[in-house]
Ligand binder design. Structure first.
Ligand SMILES: C=C(O[C@@H]1C=C(C(=O)O)C=C[C@H]1O)C(=O)O
Length: 454
């Protein structure tokens, strides 16, 4: 039996839609008076990964649902996210945000992996609903995909105030659920081994391998049920109002450190390095703060961090200015040496590219950068996931805030009742392992307090 011969050319197939480019989004913003809006109370109950927040002193933004998610890995993760976000925003429409406060309109939250070779990946998330507050103005932005793509189900709406429809202000969500039956366990480094890790870091610095290396430890906190992130966010917002309370992709915390803010061409970075736990009793504050301001070890450690930021900003800016001496930033748990760096960015640079260039600053890596990163890999011996990496938001113009993911934890993908908490500190030749243990304990205090019910 003979078989029909195959045609030499395949039959013509219908034309496929263009595959280049990212999905287009449509953002619609409405403005409202901001009377008595408590942003973190607006968040609906939902899985940890569906909630986003960036709030400080009652202002900022919260969001939920997912209109779009982009991910990237490797050393090119920043450039990839920046390019793809530009493609998204170029193809998208943004209605009603003209003249509205910074952050209103099309906006994405970003959380990146600390290291270039991390399996953790980096993510850019555009929520379906964003509510913001700034200087007496509130806004609601609703975002949807215009072109085909995967859109996850929105978190159920919390309802609306008076007015109905897409532009109404969402009403407060149900009260958050306090974590029950909390227990702590040592993380990837056994507690009793961490001072040895620090001692090895001190030896490496004394031996000339680096001038400063930041070493961190982790702790696991497990509750009886999946954690309600809104509990933590409300605690942070109330107890740490001078820090940026953040949530994205299951990473939650209250960071005092602004790696980089871009606002209409102005660049700002708050560099922190050099820390002392705040002792109970306000009577001690002045003495402790003075001690920090005169500690040669802490001043040197701080200078490395400022230098690393100024050096990396310089090629991307027309001007960069740093103060000659740091000041003391008081937080409920610690004092930090703090320097505010200001600059003007060269046109066309977004906050994502700035964060990519600055990360890891010597506040979380060390000096020199490459040698310190090698030591971190060698001595910590495990991946930092999203800890100590940039976290924040970017708008359609490329402006935004990128803090450092510190005083934070991340919900484990495999167990939504467990958070991995992290804290680290800068190790210099004259550091002491016991003091570093106490300092990292003070840096874990905000998370431990936020998990509590006192
Ligand atoms: C590494 C952390 O914090 C960083 C390290 C600091 C230090 O060593 O003094 C201070 C602030 C942060 O830049 C942390 O909180 O985990």
């Amino acid at each position: 039996m003979s078989h029909p011969t195959q045609p030499s050319t395949p039959p013509s197939t219908p034309a496929l839609p263009p595959t280049s480019g990212e999905p287009a989004l449509r953002a619609v913003t409405s403005l409202h008076p901001a009377d008595e809006i408590d942003l973190v109370r607006l968040l609906p109950h939902g899985p940890a990964t569906e909630l986003v927040a960036w709030v400080r002193g009652g202002e900022g933004m919260v969001g939920w649902g997912r209109a779009l998610e982009l991910s990237a890995t490797g050393p090119g993760r920043w450039a990839e996210l920046a390019d793809r976000w530009r493609e998204v925003t170029d193809a998208s429409t943004d209605e009603g945000s003209a003249g509205a406060p910074r952050g209103a309109g099309l906006v994405a939250w970003v959380s990146a992996a600390f290291s270039d070779d991390s399996p953790a990946g980096s993510t850019l998330v555009v929520p379906r609903t964003v509510v913001g507050v700034h200087e007496g103005v509130a806004w609601v932005t609703r975002i949807e995909q215009l072109s085909p793509g995967v859109v996850s189900e929105d978190v159920p709406s919390t309802g609306t105030t008076g007015a109905t429809g897409a532009d109404a202000l969402p009403r407060e969500g149900t009260p958050p659920v306090a974590p029950r039956g909390l227990r702590e366990a040592p993380g990837l480094t056994p507690d009793e081994g961490w001072e040895e890790v620090v001692a090895a870091g001190i030896d490496a610095v004394r031996g000339g391998r680096a001038e400063k290396v930041v070493l961190a430890r982790d702790v696991l906190a497990t509750a009886a049920e999946p954690l309600d992130l809104r509990w933590l966010l409300q605690r942070f917002a109330a107890g740490y109002p001078d820090t940026w309370t953040f949530a994205v992709d299951g990473l939650v915390g209250a960071t005092p450190e602004m790696l980089v803010r871009l606002d209409g061409g102005r660049v700002f970075s708050r560099v922190l390095a050099g820390t002392i736990p705040r002792e109970a009793g306000a009577g001690q504050d002045q003495r402790v703060a003075d001690g920090l301001l005169h500690s040669t070890k802490d001043l040197a450690e701080h200078a490395f961090a400022v230098e690393s930021v100024v050096e990396r900003l310089a090629p991307l800016c027309t001007t960069v200015e740093a103060p000659g001496t740091p000041s003391v930033l008081p937080l409920p748990n610690v004092f930090h040496l703090s320097s505010d760096v200001d600059g003007r960015v060269r046109p066309g640079t977004t906050v994502l590219e700035l964060a990519g260039a600055l990360h890891p600053s010597a506040a979380v890596g060390g000096t020199p950068r490459e040698a310190a990163l090698e030591l971190i890999t060698e001595l910590e011996g495990r991946d930092r996931d999203r800890y100590a990496a940039p976290v924040g938001w970017v708008d359609a113009a490329g402006d935004g805030d990128m803090g450092l993911a510190l005083r934070c934890g991340r919900v484990l993908e495999e167990d939504p009742a467990t958070l991995r908490l992290w804290a680290g500190g800068g190790i210099m030749a004259d550091s002491d392992p016991r003091t570093e243990w106490v300092e990292t304990g003070a840096k874990l205090a905000p998370m431990r307090w936020a998990l509590g019910t006192d």
